[in-house]
Design a protein around this ligand. Structure first.
Ligand SMILES: [Zn+2]
Ligand SMILES: [Zn+2]
Length: 108
């Protein structure tokens, strides 16, 4: 961590490279500072719940990066799939032979 001052002007923006969804995010990583009970398996883009800002621990998971092509994708089932790792929908389809049938079914 660098010694960043908290400037609200510098808003960080998440953008899904599949569907184009754009959203401000507050944290990127595995251990969100606003919820110490959570550790993710992958680096994720998180948005602190805008409706419960006062010390709330709730958050929204926006998305993460595809393990294969590194594109940023949202959590929508139309854009990405999580099977041990995050895959964008295009990489998931091109590698669908390696997924078990129940995962493959979700790619249709
Ligand atoms: Zn998307
Ligand atoms: Zn990909």
């Amino acid at each position: 961590m660098t010694s960043q001052s908290k400037t609200s002007e510098e808003e960080k923006c998440f953008r899904c490279e599949v569907c184009g969804l754009q959203e401000t995010y507050h944290y990127y990583g595995k251990k969100p500072p606003f919820n110490k009970n959570v550790t993710f398996l992958e680096d994720c883009y998180l948005l602190q719940d805008p409706f419960q800002s006062w010390g709330s621990e709730s958050f929204l998971l926006l998305g993460s990066s595809c393990t294969v092509c590194k594109r940023v994708v949202c959590q929508s089932t139309a854009c990405s799939i999580f099977y041990t790792k995050r895959f964008c929908i295009d990489c998931a389809k091109s590698q669908s032979d390696e997924f078990p049938p129940e995962v493959r079914n979700r790619l249709k």
